[in-house]
Ligand binder design. Structure first.
Ligand code: SF4
Length: 354
């Protein structure tokens, strides 16, 4: 991975590259400027969102997923990483200590992949070890790489979840260019689980193609041949979505991709999605496969969907974003008690405002 970067700049002035794909080949190591810890920017009160928090210290990504929203989001596309873990941890400590009753799930993937920038995985390691001392926080690394070796000997204290976005090999080959192959991701998953990390799994974005049912069936079977459901803390399911401006960018950047050719509808959040019966069919299929694999015990939720889709898929839905936040904390408390410093209280979470 290191050879792919044409230029590096350490603590200087950002090269400010506007071309999205060119920016991926230039790594800029930045000092911390301003606050970096906040609630996920995709949170939308019209949906039942999981209200995760994020640290936005990575911007852009060396991988080239055709569906990546960054191609329509970044103005400065230079691949940038803030390499000041102590300052990041200080900010998180200060802000999360104001709500000691709350379990904060904190991701590092908002604007990039948590583990794709191999030369800087040391920064991920520093965060992993720092989170071991934060009582009400869980660090969420999310990746499509298999670069986990630096994590294996870390003093993680059971406070970091290592997660993978999972799609069948057919999708990886065509739409997740440059990412680790499925067998490498599975092997990496096995290794972190053996090192005591809880694992997260994200079937998001699910992508429709001929033979998708069997492909996802093989995928679920392969995952649970590598890790046991007891080692999986949560599973999210979501489907492909993008806004009209991004549709044009996908077609320009990745003309071989077929993801914009399918039937989709534009929602009132200005995003194209598969029509609702198709999404429900896909989600139900994966849910059924998870049950058959014994993974019904893992907390499973939908990403960016409304209550009516939850109802059709699960036969129930959380009352609010705060309720889903509580249900996730409660599941962690019951299944991974060392990760949660106090028993979650429903009324506290329900009173949160979004
Ligand atoms: S791994 Fe994530 S951040 Fe990187 S290109 Fe793919 S979708 Fe974008």
């Amino acid at each position: 991975m290191a050879e792919m970067f044409k230029k590096r700049a350490a603590f200087g002035k950002s090269p400010k590259i506007s071309d999205y794909r060119a920016g991926k080949r230039h790594l800029f190591i930045s000092p911390l400027r301003g606050d970096i810890f906040h609630i996920c920017a995709s949170l939308d009160p019209r949906y039942i969102c999981c209200s995760t928090h994020v640290i936005s210290h990575i911007s852009n990504c060396p991988f080239e997923c055709t569906y990546c929203f960054l191609q329509n989001y970044l103005t400065d596309a230079t691949l940038t990483v803030v390499a000041d873990s102590n300052a990041i941890l200080d900010e998180i400590r200060e802000k999360t200590s104001r709500q000691p009753w709350r379990l904060f799930r904190i991701g590092t993937w908002e604007l990039g992949d948590s583990l794709a920038v191999h030369p800087l995985n040391k920064a991920a390691l520093e965060l992993v070890e720092g989170f071991a001392g934060l009582p009400n926080c869980i660090l969420k690394l999310r990746t499509k790489s298999a670069e986990v070796t630096p994590l294996l000997d870390a003093e993680h204290g059971g406070k970091t979840v290592v997660s993978w976005t999972m799609n069948p090999p057919e999708v990886i080959r065509r739409e997740e260019i440059g990412t680790a192959r499925m067998d490498a991701r599975l092997r990496a998953m096995e290794r972190v689980a053996s090192a005591g990390y809880p694992v997260g799994i994200h079937f998001d974005p699910m992508i429709m193609f001929d033979g998708w049912e069997h492909a996802y069936e093989r995928l679920v079977n392969d995952i649970f041949s590598s890790v046991s459901p007891e080692q999986v803390i949560w599973i999210s399911i979501g489907s492909l979505r993008f806004n009209p401006e991004m549709k044009k960018k996908i077609e320009n950047n990745y003309p071989a991709s077929t993801i914009t050719a399918q039937e989709m509808i534009l929602g009132d959040d200005n995003k194209f999605r598969y029509v609702r019966p198709v999404r429900v069919q896909m989600y139900r299929h994966v849910l059924e496969l998870l049950k058959e694999a014994g993974a019904g015990i893992c907390f499973t939720y939908l990403c960016m969907e409304r209550w009516n889709v939850w109802q059709e898929v699960f036969g129930r839905y959380p009352d609010s974003i705060g309720h889903l936040d509580f249900l996730m904390a409660e599941s962690v408390w019951k299944r991974f008690p060392g990760m949660c410093s106090c028993r979650p209280r429903k009324e506290k979470y329900m009173a949160l405002e979004y």
